[in-house]
Design a protein. Sequence first.
Length: 213
Amino acid sequence: MKQYENVVVFDHPLIKHKIAILRDEKTSMKEFRELVEEITTLMTFESLKEGVPTVEKQVKTPLETCVQQVVEDNAVAVVPILRAGLGMVNGVHRLFPLAKVGHIGMYRDEETLEPKPYYCKLPDGIEEKLVLLVDPMLATGGSACDAIQLLKERGCKNIKFMAIIGAPEGVSRVAESHPDVEIYVSTLDRCLNDKGYILPGLGDAGDRLFGTK
Ligand code: PRP
Ligand code: URA
């Protein structure tokens, strides 16, 4: 895949270890859900190391008073792409417990693989926040591109997108369509199959999170 300035592939050994378990078809729904949450927390820590608004606060230690940088309340919003993105919300909340949550509902048409939007509810004032859009799978990139477009139409200017597994074609599509959005993927897989599934991938993330198959 071409190199993009707005794409970061983590390739961290600890995250890779957890993704190996996530991929395994024998991994239970419970363990799958827990791993998605844990990986999301690790990704959030890394992807938000820059750009999070902070403010100064006076802190009184047992010895003296000092000025410290703390994260601004309500600086971050998390927006999962339904359904599978829901599995990542708690992972963000572990680090940003005050993050408000918007929801964007999209499913892929099984024939055309085009995303079909069916729901959108975003918190008031989201346009002023750092928006963390989350979805475990970035396949053709159609869902992510449309979700980002929707956020931009609502006035969001500071958007980061996090996916656990990305396919090269999807990563390229999002990177080129939205060069102003930072894209974080934990690992880059080989390609898509003729049904638009990521190879080797992990199957259908929504079904594995929610036990629908
Ligand atoms: C999956 C996944 C992404 C989308 C990725 O959702 O969670 O939203 O596919 O594919 P794309 O990059 O080709 O758009 P799906 O449409 O299966 O819906 P679900 O989460 O409700 O199962
Ligand atoms: N959505 C998934 O859940 N898995 C894939 O491999 C592709 C899209």
